[in-house]
Design a protein around this ligand. Structure first.
Ligand code: ATP
Length: 237
């Protein structure tokens, strides 16, 4: 058995008096697509924010490639190979597509390789190539989502954290984004996918975790979770 790329042990996070995560465990192996599903407020985004080290951790450990990153700074984590495409996309609306992509490479210095990676993103997301000089704020929701993913990829991550890529998008665009996510795995990126659309997420994931009110209540192969009565009742409608 290979070593996990990411291992979370007993992770707890508080926001003031609210315990957002209660001693959760999670494991991701290289090359996997793992999905984290759960209702609104279950703690999914908090889990991703803890991994990318943008919020404080109260207790527990996060190991990446066997190295503890619990007390690392956000830019150090990006440098180590973890990129985060946040919920709500958060592209810089008044900057062009190109500027947003360059921003994603802020931890890197080689201009030449940054340029060639931008070309790579344009192959993966042809719509962004057509709009490279447009201000990001003028893109459609789906294009902004593509830009958010492409920007995250500009740091050359080994682990990509994707928060709600389908949020607010029309079904055809959601299918397009999910097919891009499937293509991404072929390039060797390991993915942790947070999704409200559990059905879709479980269809493309290898394994899934279910988070309820800050506690990890289930984990299994995605195909098994799709058949699980508890999951079907609560999340698959
Ligand atoms: P959603 O899909 O609605 O984003 P989620 O599963 O991602 O849900 P989180 O955003 O991680 O959930 O929130 C977990 C809990 O922490 C919720 O009760 C939420 O209200 C609370 N919370 C999240 N961010 C903050 C914050 N910055 N300050 C205070 N409470 C917060």
């Amino acid at each position: 058995m290979q070593n996990p790329l990411l291992e979370i042990q007993g992770l707890s996070v508080n926001y003031g008096g609210i315990q957002a995560l209660q001693a959760i465990d999670l494991m991701i192996y290289p090359g996997e697509v793992v999905t984290l599903i759960g209702s609104n407020g279950a703690g999914k985004s908090t889990t991703l924010q803890a991994i990318s080290r943008i919020i404080n951790i109260r207790q527990g450990q996060i190991l990446y490639n066997g190295e503890e990153i619990t007390r690392r700074r956000p830019h150090e984590v990006v440098k180590l190979g973890i990129a985060h495409s946040p919920e709500g996309r958060r592209v810089l609306a008044r900057q062009t597509v190109l500027d947003n992509l360059e921003l994603g490479a802020y931890t890197r210095s080689s201009r030449l390789s940054i340029k060639s990676d931008i070309e790579q993103q344009f192959l993966l997301f042809p719509k962004l190539a057509e709009r490279k000089n447009q201000l990001a704020g003028t893109l459609s929701g789906g294009e902004q989502q593509m830009l958010a993913i492409a920007r995250a990829l500009m740091s050359r991550p080994k682990l990509l954290l994707l928060d709600e890529p389908s949020l607010g998008l029309a079904p055809t665009i959601v299918r397009e984004i999910f097919s891009i996510i499937q293509n991404l795995r072929e390039t060797g990126v390991t993915i942790l996918l947070v999704e409200q659309n559990a059905n879709l997420a479980l269809q493309i994931a290898d394994r899934g975790y279910v988070l309820e009110a800050g506690c990890m209540t289930l984990s299994n192969k995605a195909s098994e979770l799709l058949e699980d009565d508890r999951v079907r009742q609560a999340y698959l409608g």
